[in-house]
Design a protein around this ligand. Structure first.
Ligand code: GRF
Length: 221
């Protein structure tokens, strides 16, 4: 793998199947990607994604949230693993734990998440069912910096998909997931290269990132 010499060291955090992780690892394995994945962490030891990460040559570790007394203790353990691997950038990809404000603040501007809705609509879980219930005609996904408030951080990039009249939560989820796999690597490249960064609670784009950021906003066909 050839990466820029100063490419940030990245960790991907998962809880389950890890399809976003797989698309991120694939993209980051391309020559010149501006960041290097060195660690996959899961709060569930049985997460299918851990095996994929190991095959891809990353350190793959589990920090089982069930053995910690509270959220703060779990987050301290997570933080210790990230620091042990000298991680610069934390990439949440289907990581299903709420993180404590202390942990989030410690990684402020250096932690991204993908959420399967067009934020600020439909925070939390069951976003596709929420979208169907609301009757929106556009739905999608959002990559954002993580802040203490859940699913509320400054937005790096979004992709939209149409909601079709015959959709159920499953068909809609599949359409959004395909966009997630496209959007997250592109948004991560912007952040890892420093072309998108968090400043005073807003995402600031480098002038030359303008087109790249714009191109991420896909319209339904
Ligand atoms: C994705 O839809 C992600 O946006 C959400 O959880 C799902 C995880 O899927 N937070 P995967 O583990 O990446 O396949």
């Amino acid at each position: 793998m050839t990466h820029p010499p100063d490419a940030p060291r990245m960790a991907v955090l998962i809880s389950g199947r890890g399809s976003n992780m797989v698309s991120l690892l694939r993209a980051a394995a391309q020559p010149g990607f501006p960041g290097r994945f060195v660690l996959a962490l899961s709060n569930r030891p049985e997460a299918a994604g851990l095996a994929h990460a190991q095959e891809a040559g990353l350190a793959a570790e589990a920090v089982d949230h069930r053995v910690y007394a509270d959220r703060a203790a779990f987050d301290a353990a997570l933080d210790a693993r990230l620091r042990a691997h000298a991680i610069d950038l934390v990439v949440l990809a289907g990581f299903m734990r709420v993180l404590t404000p202390g942990f989030v603040e410690a990684w402020s501007g250096r932690m991204l998440n993908i959420h399967p809705s067009l934020l600020p609509l439909f925070r939390g879980t069951h976003t596709h069912a929420q979208a169907l219930a609301a009757g929106v005609r556009l739905h999608g996904c959002t990559v954002h910096f993580v802040v203490p408030e859940l699913d509320a951080g400054p937005i790096v990039a979004q992709a939209a998909v149409p909601v079709r009249p015959d959709d159920d939560a499953e068909t809609l989820a599949a359409r959004v997931l395909a966009e997630e796999h496209r959007l997250y690597p592109a948004a991560l490249a912007l952040v890892a290269s420093g072309r998108a960064r968090l400043e005073d609670g807003r995402v600031v784009f480098a002038p030359e990132a303008g087109c790249a950021a714009g191109a991420l906003h896909s319209l339904p066909v």
